[in-house]
Design a protein around this ligand. Structure first.
Ligand code: GLN
Length: 246
């Protein structure tokens, strides 16, 4: 088996450990004897929806999002939609998460989004939402905690069609907008979240869930992944939870 990952705009959308997330997927695959293929698609490059099973859009500053937004809609939107509809996994973090929605409003300027999730992001007055955060999510079929770090100026509001990835635990952290207690978005095999910092190394279970989804899309059945020792991963998760006060 082989895990086939495509990173979108890795030169722009890569702040806060996004390459570390990819490396973590690679290691967890290789430690189990699963092959790993990593490709990238940047400005102007088209995407073959059948060639990759896990799509990744990392975090980016507003200026990076300005650079990629229109190009992503023009050259990659249709392929991403078709891949996700066909069962591929998609993980979008922070700036990438904002671009999954309809639009990102920055004052007078509106950046177009992929429209893959019913959400909108607005750069409002007020401080950036920064800090350690833990959320409770049911992705993967049972309640679990995702712990990480958020740092965003944009506030995201889910529309009626959108399901949040989870709810912010205990009021530490802000989530989508600091108001409604919701965090991220989750649709089928697509996950968007503000949690970055090494999201996957801190939450190894999410990395494994994404690997399973991707392999299922390619090989037709959901694999049972070999367990790994995970002492360091458990310690990283515990420390991220503790930092979020959970
Ligand atoms: N530019 C976005 C914001 O500040 C996302 C930032 C990020 O990816 N950390 O809202």
């Amino acid at each position: 088996m082989e895990l086939r990952v495509l990173s979108l705009y890795p030169d722009q959308m890569n702040i806060y450990a996004d390459r570390g997330n990819i490396l973590f997927l690679q290691r967890r695959s290789e430690w189990r004897g699963i092959g790993f293929q990593w490709k990238c698609a940047g400005q102007g490059e088209s995407v073959d929806p059948a060639a990759h099973d896990l799509f990744y859009i990392g975090g980016g500053q507003d200026r990076d999002q300005r650079f990629v937004a229109a190009d992503m809609v023009e050259t990659k939107r249709a392929a991403l939609e078709s891949a996700v509809d066909d069962g591929a996994a998609l993980l979008a973090v922070c700036g990438g998460y904002q671009l999954l929605g309809e639009s990102y409003q920055l004052g007078e300027e509106t950046l177009p989004g992929l429209g893959l999730a019913d959400l909108r992001t607005v750069r409002e007055e007020g401080p950036r939402l920064i800090g350690n955060v833990a959320i409770e999510t049911e992705i993967g079929g049972r309640k679990r905690i995702l712990a990480g770090f958020e740092n965003h100026g944009g506030r995201t509001y889910l529309g009626k069609e959108a399901r949040p990835l989870g709810t912010v635990v205990k009021g530490h952290g802000y989530g989508n907008n600091g108001g409604d207690g919701l965090e991220g978005v989750w649709r089928d095999n697509m996950v968007g979240t503000y949690l970055h910092g090494p999201l996957l190394p801190k939450n190894a279970w999410l990395a494994d869930h994404l690997i399973e989804l991707a392999l299922e899309r390619r090989y037709g059945t959901r694999p049972t992944l070999d367990p790994l020792p995970d002492e360091l991963e458990r310690a990283a998760h515990a420390s991220a939870r503790a930092a979020a006060g959970v």
